[in-house]
Write a new protein. Sequence first.
Length: 745
Amino acid sequence: MQIEGPIEEIIFRNEQNGYTVFILDYNSTNVVCVGKLVNASIGENLSLHGEYVNNAKYGYQFSFDSYEVVLPTSLKGIEKYLSSGLIKGVGPITAKNIVEHFKEQTFDIIEMSPTSLAEVKNISLKKALDIGEKFKELKKLQNSVMFLQKYNITTNMALKIYEIYGSKTIDIVKNNPYRLVEDVNGIGFATADRIAKSIGINENSEYRVRAGLIHTLNTSIEKTGNTYLPKVMLYSQAASILEIDDELNKELFDNALDSLSLDKTVTRIWHNEVDIVIPSKYYFYENAVAQKLALLNSSVKNEFQDVEEEIIHFEQRNNIVLHEEQKKAISNSINSGVSVITGGPGTGKTTIIKCIIEIIKQNKQRFMLLAPTGRASKRLGDSTGEEAKTIHRALEVTSGDLSNISRFVYNESNPFKVDVVIVDEVSMVDVALMNHLCKALPRDCKLILVGDKDQLPSVGAGNVLDDIIKSGIIRISMLTKIFRQSDDSLIITNAHLINAGKMPVIDNSSKDFFFEEKSDVLDIKNSIVDMVTKRLPKFTGLEPCQIQVLAPLKAGLCGIDNLNKSLQASLNPPSISKMELVVGETIFRVGDKVMQTANNYNLVWKKLNGFIEEEGEGVFNGDIGFIELIDFQSGEVVVTFEDGRRCLYPRTEVSQLSLAYAITIHKSQGSEFDVVIIPAIAGPSMILTRNLIYTAVTRAKKMVVLVGEQKNVKRMVSNNYTVQRFTLLKDLLIVSDKKIKELFG
């Protein structure tokens, strides 16, 4: 059955998949319609193909499975369509003037002879051409997105694909759908393969094998943090995805890899007598970082600065006595081009940084304090009394084409104007971000890296801190002496016990470390929800938003997905007064605590600093905030982050947010929370490791609560398994250091 008419009202819309409930004016009768639309604008004229269904809850509806955008023919319909907002720059008055002038020929004029629009009052020739171009672009967009939706590609993803390919979208996808794997973040091999099969592309096509290899490398980067794979492993894993025997089809795999090498998508080198394959951009990142660190490390002049007197003055002013480890770390940092200070909680890293800053000031040198996340930079600033920035903010994001490798204001052509850069929480800095930071460091700058080597590695690819330490060419200060703890505090003590492979003290005798024994996972989940919403706010006086659940897993009853739904239902239930938006499987509601899950260099933010409003670009992975506003019609969401940045998310970017009442322990890196709750549950031994629970415990400032079974805590503490990432930075550092010594002596 087919019905046609303009959209009168939009009742509901899911911006992720395009599912829309709306009222259509069909022969002067209001019909409730349900289905997926590319755009949903009041006044848009649609021809729907489907059937009437009787919904038990909502009554009769017209459910459609396909549709076409049909340009209206009546003058009233044409005017309503033009003024609907689909064509930017055409409002109600302009629409009325155009229709009065051109009558039924309006659409033909706009498409075929847009310059004629300049005959209409208040429309310049430039605006006329602009209206014509936007009208054509709208038609191409609608046709392209509808084409992609046939292959179960969500509206949101279809719009992203169109942003990349534009009017060539349909031709490109028809010719080689596997390009989607290479060009579009978020499109996996399975989606491209499904399209290819429906089009009839041979399963042994080089396009397909090439895409399988790229997908395998990307998956390895995203899920395990590798920067490269041995060729044998790459072929084996790709063969599993492709369901092609790589031994029987070796020539097919070799040809695809040769193609990727020729166009410089990947780089092949021999490493430790193994043929390895690395995405070219990651080879560039690791090589550039290695060269810059080796260069900085060689730049210190031969004269040694004795800082003993400065340290004594610092001790006197602060009424403290520094340990020999701390004094050595200070001296190492002042007298090295690149240095690392590493140690667990309570080992005095912050005190060392404060002393180094005083010496830098006395030397009349310029310095910069950096950290990977907003929380970490705020903590660094508060503890030192100096300004601290996130690495991204210091680099300053540029607007423009994201494909440009130099997306920051500060780079090798425009370095920082500083003498010393101190980076805290460096364990969570991935190799891509480290590359951008290194490019912005001036040739004679000192770099001091501070972090905990026993924390989890970065979420992003690479193993920066570990590789630097293991290279042996950078001066390392290992801190083992514990200072910061009180008699009735167990957070720091237990963190070090865990790191040593010993069970933490969980007898509930302290003021800040508690354990609640629960064996049933449903009981664990219910207890966590009760603690966040009632018990801990009453006990501590803190707001629920100051209590953070850190879960080891995403799935399961005590995974973050389920915990977030339960916590949202208790802390921010649905209400008539609260607008909400469905994105995929997630319901976002005004007031929700959310986290940014990817670096987005284009999002614009504003921040009130006193009476001055700052403006900038860039929201980054791990930023936490709260939803302030949801515009149901446009699908736009406004989020205010903890540091005061207020950001408007267009509908295509909302999927980068996730609920953050509960977050994974990996995502908590670089952050500190007043109270941390950790479910002690069973799970895969490759995930539930010692450094995972160690990282979770060290995220707490005031209190840790473990809920679950002691045997699960013991398993994690005893499990010293660490995933060995495939990275090149360590060896490239050694090579770069050798070359520089050969050149400069």
